[in-house]
Design a binder for this molecule. Structure first.
Ligand code: 13P
Length: 216
């Protein structure tokens, strides 16, 4: 687990936000990122363009609290807080509106096992949580449920959430999930893709334990 300081983590969050937009997995002020810190989380502020975001605008919130005065946290602080509370192994939560993942989320489709890399997200599907208004408790509940035993989910008519033991892992997975969404979308243009079995995805999961980028 990371022993990075509060300041290091604030810089990591801003770098990752800018990287999301550079990678094309997010755009504008959409999306938000949190990192576990002490008994709380550091989270991006609401509606601040990433290029202009400053370290002192990143908000610290305890996991048992609601926002206080001062800089307002992301409107999605509830699902960041609730995921970190529900999943002690998770240290980073990344939310974005990537084009292909969002196309599937608009259609209410989960991503099935079209490619073995889906195992990196924890199982043979990436679920799509039902729609609820952004920032609500209802959306948070749906997100926590869709993420059960998984490191990624889609949010209907909205976007994607990925989680990781580190921010580097979550960012790596975000790109993999958008790639899977793009591949599945491409397959759907041709027909109904054949799927890998649940047993094969479990086999891949075992072989891939520890695969991907390391801890920070
Ligand atoms: P914030 O700017 O409040 O983080 O909102 C962006 C977003 O994507 C909401 O889902």
């Amino acid at each position: 687990m990371s022993i990075a300081s509060d300041q290091d983590k604030r810089h990591q969050i801003i770098d990752a936000c800018r990287e999301m937009n550079r990678l094309g997995i997010n755009q504008g002020t959409s999306g938000n990122i949190s990192l576990r810190h002490d008994d709380g989380m550091l989270i991006t502020p609401t509606s601040v363009p990433y290029n202009a975001m400053q370290v002192d605008q990143i908000v610290f919130m305890k996991l048992d609290s609601e926002p206080g005065g001062g800089q307002r946290p992301s409107s999605e602080w509830r699902f960041h807080r609730d995921i970190l509370k529900a999943r002690p192994e998770v240290n980073a939560v990344v939310h974005a509106h990537p084009p292909f993942a969002t196309v599937l989320a608009i259609m209410g489709r989960e991503i099935p096992a079209v490619h073995y890399m889906i195992a990196c997200a924890g199982g043979d599907t990436i679920r799509c949580a039902p729609y609820a208004t952004f920032g609500t408790e209802e959306l948070s509940r749906h997100a926590v449920t869709a993420l059960a035993d998984r490191s990624a989910c889609l949010l209907a008519h909205h976007g994607m959430i990925v989680v990781g033991t580190s921010l580097a892992k979550a960012m790596w997975l975000a790109v993999e999930v958008e790639t899977l969404a793009r591949q599945y979308h491409g397959c759907l243009q041709i027909g109904t893709p054949p799927l890998l079995s649940k047993a094969e995805i479990e086999n891949v999961r075992t072989r891939m334990a520890g695969y991907g980028v390391g801890e920070e």
